[in-house]
Design a protein around this ligand. Structure first.
Ligand SMILES: N[C@@H](CCC(=O)N[C@@H](CS)C(=O)NCC(=O)O)C(=O)O
Length: 207
């Protein structure tokens, strides 16, 4: 049985849950006790030295970095070719979008999660310099996704790991008050993702 160590409110963990649901793969979910710092316990750091989540345990394989986990789940599944094509050019195209998201979206979304969500929750003011800088970078990179979706239903044409990875990041726009008005293709794509059974999950609070 494959086991994922994650947290209920982790967008990167949500990627893994959605991918497993799309593939029909059984996944045991082990929710870390974040308020009590279980992610920094010696047992967990032995699995993931960063103390970040998600982490997948599949037999002898211990794997962190959600996009690597998605690739592994797809490659290990008979249904995986649709999400992560074995055909080299199509696989490279999918990888291109996974790297794009990790390099050009996730760092700025993470900054905004800290500045606009976590700090607000702790009654701290945001650092407006960091907010402005993250928004400026996203104003450069989000149009790239919007343009890509102008002629396609999904990022690489058909639904793939790229939609799972980018979707779990870009759906945070409303929580983080990032204006998506200029990006109609991106908004329509998010609606398509949210209509998928895998996205809705087994319960309303499923992350
Ligand atoms: N690039 C990593 C990001 C992992 C990550 O930052 N996860 C967040 C939760 S979504 C986390 O562990 N936050 C707690 C921390 O940074 O200490 C991935 O995709 O798995």
């Amino acid at each position: 049985m494959k086991r994922v160590h994650t947290a209920r409110t982790s967008p990167a963990g949500k990627r893994v849950r959605i991918c497993a649901a799309e593939l029909g793969v059984d996944l045991e979910k082990r929710f870390l006790d974040i308020p009590n710092g279980e992610q920094r316990s010696a047992d967990y750091l032995a699995l993931n030295p960063m103390g970040k989540f998600p982490t997948l345990v599949d037999g002898d394989l211990v794997l962190w970095e959600s996009c690597a986990i998605l690739c592994h789940l797809a490659q290990a599944s008979p249904r995986g070719d649709a999400l992560f094509p074995r055909d080299p050019p199509r696989q490279a195209d999918t990888l291109r979008w996974l790297f794009f998201g990790a390099c050009h979206l996730d760092p700025y979304f993470t900054a905004l999660v800290i500045e606009r969500f976590l700090k607000a929750r702790d009654h701290q003011p945001p650092d407006e310099v960091l907010v402005g800088s993250a928004l400026q970078s996203l104003a450069r990179f989000m149009p790239v996704v919007d343009q890509q979706l102008a002629r396609r239903e999904f990022v690489t044409g058909s639904f793939s790991l790229a939609d799972i990875a980018l979707g779990c990041t870009l759906e945070l726009t409303s929580l983080l008050r990032i204006d998506v008005e200029p990006y109609p293709n991106l908004r329509a794509w998010l609606d398509r993702l949210h209509a998928r059974e895998s996205w809705r999950g087994p319960s309303p609070e499923a992350f």
